[in-house]
Write a protein that binds this ligand. Structure first.
Ligand code: UDP
Length: 243
């Protein structure tokens, strides 16, 4: 029996607790929602439940496909056990379709398909507003080694391939997403969450947004979008998701 000990961290969307087992943390997903680096604040009813379940399904799937990650097991509706990573302060964004900050930066309309995925790096620092950086910054600032960055880039592109292939039959366009990685026993593992908070998902037919952009842009039907993503993921063949 693992005991839940003191909280070690509270972020914008999650709380992290130590446990009696070394190297094991409990993550609790909150309903709190923020956007624009914390300037817009609100709550999305049952978001914690949806993001916990969605992340669990996707982490299990990725582990099946050889992408090692921090997920251990679900604890309850809103919590999961994870391996305690030493987080690498580099946010990795992968994009398949132009949206959000990329649309502004390169002056292309949202929805423009990219001829190949784009991988971007951001320095994880809320006070600085997560500025964009490149591999030189990562190395020169000792955020990660060259070898770690090579692993991270390969893992991020593999995550993209796996997610694209499972979401396509569910009629979900994977527009872009953000990943975080960390060190565990000298290895790089995928961490954080994979949810409508951190991914852009569009309905493949109607192009309706099924992610946090509904909150960011006041589009309404926010929790319905999160629920829709969970419902579609639950149609994944049991042989893949539950083995
Ligand atoms: N993203 C995230 N956390 C951040 C910034 C971005 O999870 O702090 C995700 C976002 O949900 C989207 C992708 O990364 O799926 C690309 O975001 P973008 O750079 O377009 O920035 P945004 O328009 O969200 O400000």
């Amino acid at each position: 029996m693992v005991d839940i000990l003191e909280q070690v961290y509270e972020g914008k969307a999650k709380k992290v607790y130590k446990t009696s087992e070394p190297g094991l943390y409990k993550v609790y997903y909150k309903d709190d929602a923020t956007a624009f680096n914390g300037l817009k604040k609100g709550e999305i009813h049952d978001k914690g439940y949806y993001n916990n379940q969605i992340s669990a399904i996707l982490f299990k799937l990725l582990a099946e496909k050889g992408i090692t990650n921090h997920f251990v097991e679900l604890v309850d509706n809103r919590s999961m056990m994870v391996k305690a990573l030493e987080i690498i302060p580099v946010e990795v964004v992968v994009r398949n379709i132009v949206a959000g900050s990329l649309a502004k930066r390169v002056g292309r309309p949202e929805g423009t398909e990219l001829s190949m995925p784009i991988l971007e790096l951001y320095y994880k620092d809320d006070d600085l507003g997560d500025p964009m950086i490149n591999e030189y910054h990562v190395k020169a600032l000792n955020l990660a080694t060259e070898e770690e960055m090579k692993t991270i880039s390969e893992m991020a592109l593999k995550v993209n391939e796996v997610l694209l292939s499972v979401l396509k039959p569910m009629k979900i366009d994977l527009v872009d997403f953000k990943l975080e990685f960390g060190r565990y026993n000298g290895r790089v593992l995928l961490g954080d969450e994979i949810s409508p908070d951190t991914c852009r998902f569009w309905d493949a037919s109607t192009k309706e947004k099924l992610d946090k952009d509904r909150f960011r842009r006041d589009l309404g039907k926010v929790e319905e979008a999160y629920q829709e993503i969970l419902n579609r993921l639950r149609t994944m063949p049991i042989t893949i998701a539950e083995r």
